[in-house]
Write a protein of this length. Structure first.
Length: 202
C-alpha cells in the first residue's frame, strides 16, 4: 500500500501535514469552526472535513467529541488566566486593578464568545474525569483572589463580571446587536466593579 494512503493523509484539496502536525492542525480547525460558525457545528467529522483528512484521522488524537471539547475549553481557561494575570500586574490602585481585571475578563468573552460559552456551558463532561480541565478552571478564581489579596472579594468580582457576560451571551440582557453588546462589555464591567469596590469600602 502507498505509504501516503493513510487515515491522516489529507484529500487533494487539503494541506499536507508533516508527522506530528495533525493534532495541532485539528485544534486550529476546531477553533476556526467555533469562531466562524458555532459550537453547534463543531464535531470531529466537521473538523476532519474542514482539515481535509479522513473522518477516522481525528480519533488518533481525540478519542471522542468530549475530548476535543475539553481540550478547547482548557486552552480557553489558560488564555483567560493569562489575560487576568496581565491586568492584575498593571500598576494602579486596588480599585483600578479590579476594574482592569473585569475589563480583561470581558474582552476575552467579547473576543472568544463561542469558546466562553463552551468553557462555562453544559456541553463539557464532569471535570473530575479531566483533571487538567478542572485545574485550569479553578486557576481563574485563584488568580483573581490572589491579585486582590482577598479571596472573598475575588469571588465577588468574578461572579459579577461572569454573570454579566453570561447574561449577554445567552441574550437574557438585550444590548442591541449581539456583537455590539459584546463590544461594550469591558466598559460595563468597569462601571459595575467600581461600584462594587465603593460598596466594599463603605
Amino acid at each position: 500500500m502507498d505509504e501516503h494512503n493513510t487515515s491522516e493523509t489529507p484529500n487533494p484539496r487539503g494541506r499536507a501535514y508533516h508527522h506530528g502536525d495533525l493534532r495541532n492542525a485539528l485544534l486550529e480547525t476546531a477553533r476556526k469552526i467555533l469562531e466562524e460558525e458555532s459550537l453547534a457545528n463543531l464535531s470531529l467529522r466537521a473538523v476532519a472535513r474542514k482539515a481535509g483528512v479522513s473522518h477516522a484521522a481525528p480519533y488518533r488524537h481525540f478519542p471522542n467529541h468530549e475530548a476535543l471539547l475539553v481540550e478547547l475549553a482548557t486552552e480557553g481557561f489558560v488564555e483567560l488566566r493569562e489575560d487576568i494575570k496581565a491586568a492584575a500586574n498593571a500598576p494602579g490602585a486596588e480599585s483600578d486593578r479590579i476594574a482592569k481585571i473585569g475589563a480583561a475578563y470581558m474582552r476575552f468573552v467579547a473576543r472568544r464568545p463561542e469558546v466562553a460559552s463552551l468553557m462555562f456551558g453544559p456541553q463539557l463532561p464532569n471535570r473530575d474525569a479531566f483533571p487538567p480541565l478542572g485545574e485550569a478552571a479553578d486557576a481563574i478564581g485563584k488568580e483573581i483572589g490572589d491579585a486582590l489579596h482577598d479571596p472573598t472579594l475575588g469571588l465577588a468580582v468574578w461572579a459579577s463580571v461572569h454573570g454579566l457576560a453570561m447574561l449577554i451571551l445567552r441574550n437574557v440582557i438585550d444590548l442591541g446587536q449581539r456583537k455590539s453588546g459584546l463590544d461594550v462589555l469591558p466598559s460595563r464591567a468597569e462601571i459595575i466593579l467600581r461600584s462594587l469596590y465603593a460598596t466594599k469600602r463603605d
